[in-house]
Design a protein around this ligand. Structure first.
Ligand code: AMP
Ligand code: MG
Length: 322
């Protein structure tokens, strides 16, 4: 990699000055790729809907799967999720580290609903890597970060992988060298009475069981990424009618772009037809419209390009017969 390319790709050695700049980029709603002990993450301010939507756009994800929200410590996590005694015990033993915990979202959490992809839960992790820790503390807010690779590609364990995969999509790529673990975090679901390991990773099941007793493995249909599960977790109670041109009597109109002549949008995902804005508003808009005052939700057509694919995927699931 020559100097010019390095500059163009915003790759910077992760020294104090670069970390401070990266934190500022995050606070302004930009994206920063950063090293953790597991893999490189593509981070955004988790409380900024638009910044989180930009992650999906940068990765070219065809679906809104939930994102792990990174925090410096359990106290920061407990502001966003309900951390009961069991969760605190596990965090005390394994955090900071390669373990993500899925816990119930707090109703007052300001984390974007996109991070939960419509689920009532949120995955949180305190990474151990000193660069990640420094960045989280400097940013002063929870950071949503999936692995910093294009959708479907292998997770990046080196800054060079991030440059190859995402190049200019990140405002800065903090180069902290190769990831010490190079393996994703384990994901432990603590939302139910029985803990479930959703993804094996850096912390072993045996070590987890030594702390809290038996843990079951997620079965095929328990995998959150399985479409069926996502569907059963979140769909508005009201029926959705897709590709609507206008609302019928009693229906709310969820518009995209200017509403048709003589129609008033109940909610507009983006008056200017901006897909990033629409993705950022999608879950909140559906939540607001899903109330008994309406008989259904008429959704205007959304183009299938870019983030539109993920938006339409989510809308089709929500509209599927139950
Ligand atoms: P990555 O995007 O590579 O960091 O992977 C994140 C993983 O965490 C995905 O497999 C997600 O499905 C999973 N995940 C994130 N949030 C949740 C959640 N609230 N419930 C269950 N799984 C989650
Ligand atoms: Mg990934």
């Amino acid at each position: 990699m020559n100097k010019r390319q390095e500059h163009r790709n915003n790759r910077r050695a992760a020294d104090d000055a670069a970390i401070a700049e990266a934190a500022e980029i995050l606070r302004q709603g930009g994206l920063v790729a950063f090293p953790t002990e597991t893999v490189y993450g593509l981070g955004a301010d988790a409380t900024d809907d638009r910044a989180v939507a930009a992650i999906f756009a940068a990765k070219g994800r065809p679906q809104f799967n939930p994102l792990i929200v990174h925090v410096p410590h359990i106290e920061a996590a407990a502001r966003e999720v309900v951390a009961d005694a069991r969760a605190r015990r596990i965090a005390a033993r394994f955090w900071p580290g390669a373990l993500s915990l899925v816990l119930p979202r707090r109703s007052e959490s300001r984390v974007s609903l996109l991070c939960s992809a419509g689920l009532p839960s949120l995955a949180v992790r305190a990474p151990r890597h000193p660069v990640a820790q420094a960045l989280l503390k400097a940013a002063g807010r929870p950071i949503a970060a999936p692995s910093a690779n294009p959708s479907g590609a292998v997770s990046p364990t080196d800054a060079a992988h991030v440059v190859q995969g995402l190049g200019e999509a990140a405002g800065m790529i903090l180069d902290g060298g190769p990831c010490p673990l190079g393996l994703e975090s384990s994901i432990l679901d603590l939302t139910g009475a029985d803990p479930v390991l959703l993804r094996p990773g850096g912390v072993t099941r045996e070590d987890l069981e030594a702390e809290i007793g038996p843990i079951s493995l997620a079965g095929r249909h328990a995998a959150i990424t399985a479409p069926g599960m996502m569907e059963s977790h979140y769909a508005p109670r009201l029926p959705l009618r897709l590709n609507a041109r206008a609302a019928r009597p009693g229906e709310a109109l969820l518009a995209f772009g200017p509403p048709p002549e003589g129609e008033a949008a109940t909610e507009n995902l983006s008056p200017s037809g901006d897909l990033l804005e629409a993705a950022a508003k999608l879950f909140a808009a559906l939540h607001r419209l899903d109330r008994p005052g309406f008989t259904g939700i008429a959704v205007m057509a959304i183009p299938e390009t870019g983030l539109g694919a993920a938006i339409n995927d989510r809308l089709r699931r929500a509209a599927a017969p139950r």
